[in-house]
Design a protein around this ligand. Structure first.
Ligand code: 5RP
Length: 236
């Protein structure tokens, strides 16, 4: 994708709008994915230029850690951070109640830890991520310890899902998460009826570490869109 690709422009604009909300002397949860990558870049640039001072980041993935180092953002682990003032992260689907599916980058376990700890969780998406009903455009990612993949898939089928093991694109074999686990992507043929109940039911399966449903976590959704050829950002 070129830098003038409308999708890239929307991601950049929404990332910039989120970074403009960050104040000096705060701890910031750093999300994962291509939109969050722009957030980390712009945050680091503001820190280096002196527009912001005394910012610390808490990374949600190895990707976020690497980018934070590249752009000069000092890092804390979740255990070292007394408080996370704001977390900014992307999403794969956002419904009208601000419930999310995340995990397109297989980082949803650490993302959920960091995003849930934040005083304010800001989601940054382009308008293609807005859906009326979760599970209609994106499969639900579930991180599972390798030993439990077979039984977990059976249990997920029992909940009405159609599970597939996520395979790597440029590596032989499955995707391995930052925690050394595997990811099952689950299709719910009619979408997801009750995200709150499903999040709990899946996490109750032995061997499941975390699933990509983020329910009642999001405070703010910023949406990048192109209107009359011009990029704009609005709060959903
Ligand atoms: C990674 C995620 C990402 O935030 C999500 O996949 C959105 O990514 P992008 O901004 O590249 O569309 O949940 O696990």
């Amino acid at each position: 994708m070129s830098q003038t690709d409308p999708k890239v422009v929307m991601k950049q604009q929404v990332a910039l709008a989120a970074v403009e909300r960050v104040k000096s002397d705060t701890v910031v949860g750093l999300g994962s994915g291509s939109t969050a990558a722009f957030v980390i870049q712009y945050l680091g640039e503001r820190l280096q230029s002196g527009q912001l001072s005394n910012i610390k980041g808490v990374a949600t993935s190895f990707q976020a850690e690497v980018l934070a180092r590249q752009y000069g953002i000092p890092l804390l682990t979740p255990s070292e951070a007394d408080q996370i003032h704001v977390a900014i992260d992307g999403a794969d689907e956002v419904d009208p109640n601000k419930q999310l599916i995340k995990g397109g980058g297989a980082a949803h376990t650490r993302e959920k830890i960091v995003d849930c700890l934040a005083d304010e969780f800001i989601v940054v998406v382009d308008d293609s991520k807005l859906v009326d009903r979760l599970g209609t455009t994106f499969l639900l990612p579930v991180e599972v310890i390798p030993l439990a993949v077979g039984p977990a898939m059976n249990a997920i089928e029992g909940l009405g899902g159609k599970p597939t093991l996520r395979m790597a694109a440029k590596k032989a074999g499955p995707v391995v998460t930052d925690q050394g686990n595997l990811v099952i992507d689950v299709k719910f043929p009619n979408g997801i009826d009750d995200p709150v109940a499903l999040e709990a039911a899946i996490n109750n399966i032995p061997g499941v570490l975390e699933n990509g449903l983020f329910v009642n976590v999001t405070h703010t959704v910023l949406v990048g869109e192109i209107i009359d050829g011009k990029p704009q950002v609005r709060e959903a």
